[in-house]
Ligand binder design. Structure first.
Ligand code: SAM
Ligand code: SF4
Length: 336
């Protein structure tokens, strides 16, 4: 019998079962590490995937083995037709989840529940209202903070993503961990990563080691700091403080990348397939799809061309080369 070729397996043997779809390039916040101050060149509306195209393309990925879809952006909830996108994708046999800044998520509780989304990742970089305003350039701390409690109360599994920046919020590591004392959430500290226009430099990044140094130097007794079992393909190293309801984790894409077990592909709002968060190349699925041609050969070629590590930036020296890391989109148009 002829075995069907797995077009989502790359030349390093990695199977890609997780698709992240960016729905929109716009956002209701302006996080400085994500969106350049001067904004980004937005695609004309006609170049963005319609909800029908998102569904049809996602369906093909599912046919070829994708089991997990995460919606992201920009801010996915700002997209007007988000309810219908959720409804359509919920008909596919996948685990559907969303990453949001939570500013307006209280208006979407029912539709998220109705479409089976029970895992939500929320961005929150500071527990201090003024710092939140500084980093997001918007005064929305209270809404986000309240909505995290609301999501937990409504039964969602919540992860809170905090990008750590030296001298800005690295003094909040322990406050964030204490936030998990009575709240069953996972706070994930993300190493600040370089993308086009985000003024990254290595000295602003807080590493996995520095987070753990802060934890070990804190007043938590050593035998109360528990290392948890990470899930397969997990990008984070997970910990918990004994007796706390929640947990914390570190995503160390800079100092400790997890490329060996990477199972992710990314589809941008304008229908470009990125085989890696850091890739400098993209494959135009949408034009191929609109021309009525099969997109599988384009997907297969893109997946097969995936480089072993961080889009070819396989050393810290290469990652620090502006010529290399700026040869990519701004994060706001990738989706994380
Ligand atoms: N607007 C949504 C949100 O903020 O959750 C979804 C899109 S956002 C681009 C997805 C994730 O990317 C967020 O958790 C954000 O913190 C993270 N992110 C953005 N820029 C980053 C950077 N330079 N380094 C590390 N993480 C970054
Ligand atoms: Fe918007 Fe999310 Fe980027 Fe912040 S991290 S600017 S909320 S897309």
């Amino acid at each position: 019998m002829n075995k069907t070729k797995n077009i989502l397996r790359d030349s390093h043997g990695r199977d890609h079962t997780y698709l992240r779809i960016s729905l929109i390039e716009r956002c209701n916040l302006r996080c400085s590490y994500c969106m350049p101050e001067e904004g980004v060149q937005l695609s004309p509306k006609s170049h963005l995937m319609t909800y029908e195209e998102i569904y049809d393309i996602a369906k093909l990925f599912v046919k070829h083995g994708v089991t997990k879809i995460r919606l992201t952006g920009g801010e996915p909830l700002v997209r007007k037709d988000i309810p219908v996108i959720l409804e359509k994708l919920a008909t596919l046999p996948v685990e559907l989840s969303i990453t949001s800044n939570a500013v307006i998520i209280d208006k979407f509780i029912d539709i998220l529940k109705a479409t089976g989304v029970n895992k939500v990742n929320i961005s929150l970089d500071s527990l201090d209202k003024d710092k939140f305003k500084h980093i997001t350039r918007r005064d929305q701390f209270e809404k986000v903070y309240k909505n995290i409690f609301l999501l937990v109360k409504e039964g969602f599994k919540v992860k809170v993503n905090a990008v750590l920046i030296k001298g800005f919020n690295d003094n909040e590591i322990i406050d964030f961990i204490n936030f998990t004392k009575d709240l069953p959430i996972s706070v994930r500290f993300i190493e600040f990563m370089p993308f086009d226009g985000n003024k990254w430099d290595m000295s602003k990044m807080v590493s996995y080691k520095e987070v753990m140094d802060a934890v070990n130097a804190s007043s938590f007794p050593t035998d109360h700091i528990e290392r948890l079992q990470d899930a397969p393909n997990d990008t984070s190293k997970n910990y918990k403080i004994k007796g706390y309801k929640g947990s914390f984790a570190i995503i160390s894409s800079v100092t400790n990348p997890f490329c060996d077990s990477c199972n992710r592909l990314r589809l941008t709002a304008n229908g470009q397939l990125k085989n890696c968060l850091f890739s400098s190349t993209e494959s135009d699925l949408l034009s191929t799809f609109r021309a009525g041609n099969a997109i599988e050969p384009v997907i297969e070629k893109a997946v097969n061309a995936k480089l072993k590590m961080r889009g070819g930036m396989d050393t810290l020296e290469k990652l620090q080369e502006p010529k290399l890391h700026n040869n990519n989109r701004s994060m706001i148009t990738i989706g994380g």
